[in-house]
Design a protein around this ligand. Sequence first.
Ligand SMILES: N[C@@H](CCC(=O)NCCCC(=O)O)C(=O)O
Length: 252
Amino acid sequence: MTDRKPLIAIPADARMLGAHLFHAAAEKYLRAVTEVVQGVPVIIPAMAQWLSCDDVLDRVDGILLPGSPSNIEPHHYNGSPSAEGTLHDPARDALSLPLIQAALARGTPLFAICRGLQEMNVALGGSLHQRVHELPGMQDHREDPEQPLDIQYGPAHEVEIAPGGLLADLLDQPRILVNSLHWQGINRLAPGARAEAVADDGLVEAFAVPSAPGFNLAVQWHPEWNATANPVSTKLFETFGDACRARMRSGA
Ligand SMILES: N[C@@H](CCC(=O)NCCCC(=O)O)C(=O)O
């Protein structure tokens, strides 16, 4: 008998489409889960007022925290108010931030991408820079929205892999080339988090929480974009998938 496929929860963005509020996730994340993780993606509506963390975690084998154009509300990390016009998604904040803490405590495998990395850092007590490109000495980590998507999600800069960590173990190379589509970034890395990759301007671009009982990894770049065409991205999603399958088989 073959195993069932693991169920992978993807917290939704809450977005107005016309006159109605939708709970949505971009197809590229669903595709990475179906195609590379070999799992079944389940979009979790951003309705934390009616769904507890246990309602979700009792049923799923892993969590994928996707990127989003929206920013975390800065009061979650004692940040100064956002610039006027900043897109927020308080419903997603309310779902994701407690879910991250609960998933890490339970050992549910967790893979966090872009906004997901920022959420994981904030959920664990870290803080964010709101406009990395305006800081002296920092690179511009934003995409050019005028370019076609393949260029926006194309290779942008290298990151240095921290020796002795999870990524060093998985990838066995000192530097990798990543894409870059973000304004915000880690300011204070959360207590208990270990930097796994750092850009040349010093920005932490990946981290893990080694003391958590399950697989967990957060990356600032977008491995879900054409994941099967990039060996590093494939490896990250396959490793996450293996952790989800192991969790599922353990019956935890
Ligand atoms: N808004 C934050 C997070 C950036 C991010 O997650 N971008 C992804 C955009 C859509 C997607 O590709 O899923 C920031 O700018 O830092």
